[in-house]
Design a protein around this ligand. Structure first.
Ligand SMILES: [Zn+2]
Length: 110
């Protein structure tokens, strides 16, 4: 394994290059690695977080999304397949780190 920043060989298990200090892989910090991507949040979920994901992504009312989803499942049966497909296809949102407070973070002067 070689550093993608300086090209020097580095340990495959190392997270940072010993020569230049660059991260060996993208460090995901924050609510979404790709802004605007549809993800299933790790909170506010009942089953798979599919309804919560759609509600958050499109700004819909979460309760309304769940009611419509439940109606689609009960009345048509297609909703169940769609829900399971969405559960598999839509990636989970990354874990959200606690908000940084204090010196160093911009906009923290409250
Ligand atoms: Zn390097």
């Amino acid at each position: 394994m070689f550093c993608s920043h300086c090209g020097k060989p580095m340990d495959a298990t190392a997270r940072f290059c010993p020569v230049c200090g660059a991260a060996s892989q993208p460090v995901v910090v924050g609510p979404a690695p790709f802004p605007g991507q549809l993800t299933r949040p790790r909170y506010n979920r009942m089953i798979g977080g599919v309804c919560a994901g759609f509600a958050l992504h499109y700004g819909w009312d979460l309760s309304l999304v769940r009611v419509v989803c439940a109606l689609l499942i009960v009345l048509t049966g297609v909703g169940l397949i769609a829900y399971l497909a969405a559960w598999i296809i839509i990636p989970e949102a990354p874990f959200v780190l606690p908000q940084q407070t204090g010196a160093g973070s911009p906009g923290s002067s409250v």
